[in-house]
Design a protein. Sequence first.
Length: 533
Amino acid sequence: MSSILKVDTIQDQAGNNIINESGNVITIGASGDTITVPAGATVSGFTSAGIDDNATSTAITISSAEDVTFTEDILLGDSKKALFGAGSDLQIYHDGSHSFIADEGTGNLTIKSNGAGIELQKGNSEYLARFKTDNAVELYYDNAKKFETTATGATVTGVASASGGFFNTVNNSLLAFGGGNAGNVGSNLTMYGGANGSTGDFRFRNATTINAFITAAGQIQGIGGAVSAPTFSFTADTDTGISRPTTNALNFVTAGAERARIDASGNLLVGKTSTTNSVPGSKFGSGGQIVATVANDDIMILNRTGSDGKILRFFKDTSEVGSISAIGGDLTIQSTTSGHEGLRFGNGAIIPVNTAGASTNIECTLGGATSRFNNLYLGGGLYVGGTGTANKLDDYEEGTWTPTYVPDSGSFTSVTYANATVGDYTKIGNVVTFTFYIQTNAITVGTASGGVAIGGLPFTPNGGTVSNGGGTVINRAFFAGDGPAYGTASGTKIFLYYNTGSTANDIVLNVTDLGTGGTDNVFQMVGQYLTDS
């Protein structure tokens, strides 16, 4: 037998509604009431349920599928945990100092994203890490990106440091830093493929040997040796590499021969193993000195292309004092100090120039009163005091010549001259100044007749009277008076006269005046004549 109680409202003794039905809505209790479900009691049969938040909306809704919806925050105190899983495998909580997401069970803690990615941030403005969907992984230091994966590998901004190493378990490849690995104790850097120590290694070690080798053709190959003398060479060119020949030195070898060396003093030697200057090669000293020694070849080639200008500049401390330049196809040496002269070489002339390389005029002195040159050799003329033809001194000569007696006609059969017979001359331009002393020991007249001339002049006179410088008659048998001697030019001869003070009374020296023996026929004269030679 069943009982049915049909009511719309149940009230307490005070007249307050305990249960009230109005249409399809059943209200249990009133505002401020506490509704208690005894322990062990089961509430079932809900198709939907809502818990009012004491305001105007539902805070918690339980659906028919037993899904619970919260429309407000869920507040848990310190060390109160949100537990997930049958064994509380996943726990989320705050212990008063730190916040935790703790995977306390088995399996993985997986964070999934089907959006743009996952980001770890400091506040709302700085990145710690970003995991982009189908893209890069980015790691940050103080909001500055330092590491990023790419389609081909990874990019590191800054310095990547490792105290151990990196090992690829797929192909047993190792990149080790620091303490090395089993079988390679003490290695500073070891890289190899295949089994440890097998062919294919590339190693730098600081233990008992130094090895660096990759056996693939064309790759780097090192030839190991004692730590005091390592060698770094190449598989395809085993006689080319870098080694340490002596303590604190490093040399560079090609084709089996040392080509360059950095010695213990920090000097760079190219083509030489000694700093001795006489040894061929180049030295770039650690103190700035450069020495080049070359046998039978150019030492230095300096080439300026394009515009004219300085090729080599010279400094004293921080100030430029001069330069060697190319101007208009000419080489110039010039100072940078105003008023100081330089030289320009070109166009068949060496000319003085100023600091800009432009020619100067009557501004440069060659030598000085107490700083004189020795000899000056000229193949052309010397312009003195001007640039006109009249200022040109085109010849200067000093020498000796041999004076002879020459008859106006016929010839002497023989003439024997004394050892004292001599002639000297000085030629300045076209003016010849001469002296001579002539003496015979014997003459055989033969067919000679007429006047007697002095032959053998060093230059041909251009005609006219030869001035005398006070010719002296030593053998008075020549002439009847005491007047000065002089001569007239004809061809390459000077005919001798004795001047008595009147042209009409000048006496010519004739063949018949000559003596034929002893120390006769002595004549001495100083004079000048003009020549076109």
